[in-house]
Design a protein around this ligand. Structure first.
Ligand code: XIL
Length: 353
């Protein structure tokens, strides 16, 4: 029985000796993931990719997770397993097993793969942090060459540099790369990736610059310069947002449009929508979440150069948000893989409703 009904039964029983369980907000149960039309068909009808970040252990070990991923998405991204830390935990010893499994799953199900991410301070192995600048340069070049070379022809795009812009002040974030290699490390990463996989779309990816603000202006300036030098092909807007406060849809659309006007491909790269701070009961939160998903995905569908929307997971049973921001329900399917209102928000946007 649903907890909500249990609590009602407890209240109404009169002579029931047991205390009523604490009522927990119960979302309107939606249909199972098998009972809703594949989202990838809706995306394809709009000429778009709809992607999800995944773990290889889920694809291999959890049949429901794997079936939901292949039914609803036409693109995959490794949530963790293609980053520097897992790929080269020990210097010079490469382990591609996780990423390879994700690529194999995608190929078996007619899905594309976006590589993520070659250079990110947030997933750099410990040993890299202690290298001298000349050693760092060698490791950096070897890493990009080896990883982008390994996946050459099997990923359609790479997030080459992730989160390089500072949050507090204009310019680059201070990281092991900016300190050891100097500010040109960003351009250098793109040059190395281009050489290693000339067919891949090379993307700059960041968060907090989805709408119009200082950070999105900095991202704009960075990619404009890289584009003029022929180094970058696309830009990813992560879109980890809260339905309680997020950039206005018109601002997101204006930002997507100005990036596209540079001749760049744009993609929404890591979308999830937190609801815990939204006012009202769970049903109200989920309706608000539906609207946010719809409006953001619609901004992508409205811009011909916005080619993909990737969600940072798909079931609330597995989301990084719970660990990073506190318990939440940020994705399209609930813990039991039932379609939430958010699912229909994304579907509506792809179907231009
Ligand atoms: C996160 C994953 O979701 C976590 O599982 C992992 O522990 C850390 O990385 N921005 C990014 C992503 O570009 O790579 C991050 O993914 C989330 C924030």
């Amino acid at each position: 029985m649903l907890p909500f009904l249990l609590s009602l039964a407890g209240c109404g029983g009169g002579d029931s000796p047991t205390a009523a369980p604490t009522p927990v907000p119960t979302p309107t149960p939606g249909p199972l993931y098998t009972e809703v039309a594949p989202l990838r068909d809706a995306a394809a009808s709009a000429g778009r990719l709809v992607g999800a970040a995944v773990y290889s252990s889920g694809l291999a070990g959890d049949p429901t997770y794997a079936a939901a991923a292949s039914r609803h998405f036409n693109s995959l991204t490794a949530e963790w397993e293609m980053k520097w830390d897992p790929v080269e935990t020990t210097p010079g010893v490469y382990d591609f097993s996780g990423g390879d499994a994700i690529v194999a799953f995608a190929e078996a199900h007619g899905m594309r793969v976006k590589g993520h991410a070659l250079v990110w301070h947030g997933a750099t192995p410990q040993w890299v942090e202690s290298l001298s600048p000349p050693e760092l340069r060698i490791a950096f070049e070897d890493h990009i060459r080896t990883v982008a070379g390994h996946y050459r022809g099997r990923v359609y795009a790479w997030d080459v540099v992730n989160e390089a812009i500072d949050d507090a002040a204009s310019g680059l974030r201070s990281t092991v790369f900016s300190r050891g290699l100097g500010p040109d490390y960003v351009a250098e990463a793109f040059r190395l990736a281009r050489k290693a996989d000339p067919g891949a779309e090379l993307v700059y990816n960041d968060y907090g610059g989805e709408g119009l603000n200082r950070k999105s202006n900095d991202v704009y300036d960075l990619v404009k310069d890289l584009k003029q030098r022929g180094l970058v092909d696309g830009v990813g807007l992560q879109m980890h947002i809260s339905a309680a406060g997020f950039p206005a849809a018109a601002e997101i659309a204006a930002n997507v449009d100005r990036l596209a006007d540079l001749g760049l491909q744009v993609n929404i790269s890591e979308m999830d929508v937190r609801v815990r701070d939204v006012a009202g009961d769970q049903a109200a939160k989920l309706q608000k979440q539906r609207q946010v998903y719809r409006d953001v995905v619609a901004a992508c569908v409205a811009q011909p150069r916005c080619e993909a929307v990737t969600l940072w997971g798909f079931t609330d049973a597995h989301s990084w948000i719970d660990g990073a921001f506190g318990p939440d329900d940020p994705l399209l399917f609930d813990d039991q893989y039932r379609a939430k209102p958010a699912f229909y928000g994304v579907e509506d946007a792809f179907l231009r409703r």
